[in-house]
Design a protein around this ligand. Structure first.
Ligand code: IPE
Ligand code: IPE
Ligand code: MG
Length: 264
């Protein structure tokens, strides 16, 4: 059972000074997370990397539940990059096994709490049975509307951009589109994330300060938060800390601080 503060009554974050108030109005609409550090977490405990991924899957459960509870409408989790295919076969297989287990065990939870599952990435590259289970879970949850859980699987930001360029170029060649008609809105609408706003906040765990080919187009104005905590130890308290940090920031989008203050 996950304990999350009831934010409607008392919005003080546990472990934070009382002056740090948590503002439910200022939650990110779209939160993206690079879940990193499973391997190092395991290594420090003399466990196999696979044990680290298993512990990481528990963090996924808790973070999804917490986001649903506090009311974050879109959560995108980087679960497997296209580059991750280069890892040892045993580790890759273990990751797909864990994903299958997760999808099976969480279907009830997703149904009960109205969470829609979606995948971004080249999911046709996944093992057939995993791909089938994924599509099946997406179909079964497609009418759920309280929260969107996006899993980035076999995902590459550059590949996504190239695909979009190919798609629009093909439409030009077929005389359905003029090159000059292509603008940022049209480009965005032809990405995997066509129906969602860009992430407001990106959290990366394990202290690494890089994007690793994640949501390259979509992160133009995303706030970045790097936590030193390994993903298996990243639970509700750490998420709350990240959200509190986000709420203290001033997003300017290229304008001056004064201009931005007038608009809010
Ligand atoms: C993140 O943890 C999980 C995946 C990339 C699938 P890592 O497996 O990258 O853990 P580290 O970075 O080796 O510690
Ligand atoms: C990024 O983590 C991908 C996922 C979290 C799925 P990596 O561990 O693969 O990234 P690098 O290799 O350290 O950049
Ligand atoms: Mg890593």
């Amino acid at each position: 059972m996950v304990t999350v503060p009831d934010l409607s009554k008392d919005n003080t974050i546990p472990g934070q000074p009382a002056t740090d108030r948590f503002n439910v109005e200022k939650l990110p609409h779209h939160l993206a997370i690079i879940m990193d550090g499973n391997g190092r977490w395991a290594q420090e405990r003399n466990l196999s990397r696979i044990e680290g991924h298993r512990a990481g899957a528990e963090s996924v459960r808790i973070i999804v539940r917490t986001c649903r509870k506090i009311g974050i409408p879109i959560l995108t989790l980087y679960a497997f990059s296209k580059e991750n295919w280069q890892r040892p076969g045993r580790e890759v297989q273990a990751l797909w096994r864990l994903l299958s287990r997760y999808l099976k065990s969480e279907l009830d939870e997703m149904t009960k709490h109205s969470i829609r599952l979606n995948a971004i990435g080249d999911i046709q590259e996944l093992p057939k049975s995993v791909n089938r289970l994924l599509v099946d879970t997406m179909n079964k949850t497609s009418a759920n509307s309280e929260m969107l859980l996006n899993l980035a699987l076999s995902y590459s930001g550059r590949t996504e951009i190239v695909r979009t360029a190919q798609k629009l170029a093909a439409a030009c060649v077929a005389n359905q589109l003029e090159p000059a008609e292509i603008d940022e809105v049209m480009f965005s609408q032809n990405l995997y994330t066509s129906d969602m706003p860009d992430p407001d906040l990106l959290i990366r765990t394990s202290g690494e300060q890089r994007i690793s080919n994640f949501l390259l187009w979509q992160m133009a104005y995303t706030e970045l938060y790097v936590s030193p905590i390994y993903w298996p130890d990243f639970r509700e308290a750490q998420l709350m800390e990240a959200l509190a940090d986000y709420q203290r920031r001033e997003r300017r989008f290229g304008k001056t601080g004064e201009q931005q203050a007038k608009e809010v």
